[in-house]
Design a protein around this ligand. Sequence first.
Ligand SMILES: Cc1ncc(COP(=O)(O)O)c(C=O)c1O
Length: 394
Amino acid sequence: MDSIKKTDNFVFQTYLRQGKAFVRGEGTSLWDEDGKEYTDFLAGIAVCSLGHCHPEITEAISRQAATLVHVSNLFYTMPQADLASKLCEKSFADRVFFANSGAEANEAAIKLARRYFQKKGDKNRFKIITMEQSFHGRTMATLTATGQDKIKDGFYPLLEGFSYVPFNDIEALKNEIDETVCAVMLEPVQGEGGVIPADPDYLKAVRKLCNDNGILLIFDEIQCGMGRCGTLFAHELYSVTPDIMTLAKALGNGLPIGAMMATANAATGFDFGSHATTFGGTPLATAAALAVVNIISQETFLDQVCQKGQYFKDKLEQLKEKHSRILAVRGEGLLLGLEIGLEKDKDAGFFVGELFKKGFIINGIQDKILRFAPPLIIEENQIDRLISALDSLL
Ligand SMILES: Cc1ncc(COP(=O)(O)O)c(C=O)c1O
């Protein structure tokens, strides 16, 4: 039985997959079982930002795998200590909690926000306001936090204490705030919702609203962070800092790791025993992530992301001028979305499938948006080739 048949027979059928199995990756390329090469414009959904099997990450993983893979968090290890201090040095944060995925990092953020107030005796402040069209994960708390009904289908009853407001609408947020709210949680650039950046004035106003009402601000940078938008963290584009931030995806360049980071003040919500996970911050995952952060945080690297992102966006804008079918081009850095008008049998899935046949990997969201999140090392000539393939399809 081949890998496709075996997967379809034995793995839960929760993913709609393209009918190919990949066997190897290098840089911006992936190869399928027949030896066909694909240019990756998705990077495992904003995960392999340094490309597949980046030599320095492979080296860090191999070295650590041969030295020490796991001890429990009952003990100390150097890679975990180094990664935590590096993340704090590079950000607003003073403390880091390590998890294994984005959803888990968000669970930790939600728990921290609630406990921050409950520890102070403020038991009525438990509500978290999130954004319509947001995506925060698939665990019970994070799917409750997610502002999309389709993600919640069949999982009721959900957790108590969440409410949703339209993104980029400060009046709606103001109207939702009362003395039961402990946190506002949002993605500075919504990913799964359709690649929608926050308006700069909006994000500043949200920060002020949280300050004025003593509410914690949580940024979910699981998709838009780690250099994806041209700055190490997306909120740097807005000069607004949160109290709590979550990372995952590109942090390990493919090795599963998540992080929940907080200011010293917000971090007081957790103390001994209040949160834990067996695999959080293993030496293997943190050694890989440290090597990732060391590369992505370099100014020269981030400058290149900005340049290539602008180049890509300009090319998409040119396509929009040419094809009335394209309704909008959105995004920051190398997280870009193209909104297309729906035509019979030609939704985003059509373009994803046709580009796949031509050797390009992208994905579609919300039926009408093509999302591009290539490895941050993508080259301009590869962008040109994708644009010309898209042009001929349109
Ligand atoms: C913004 C955002 N938050 C949270 C998650 C959940 O991360 P994970 O799939 O690692 O649990 C995702 C995943 O797509 C995401 O894009």
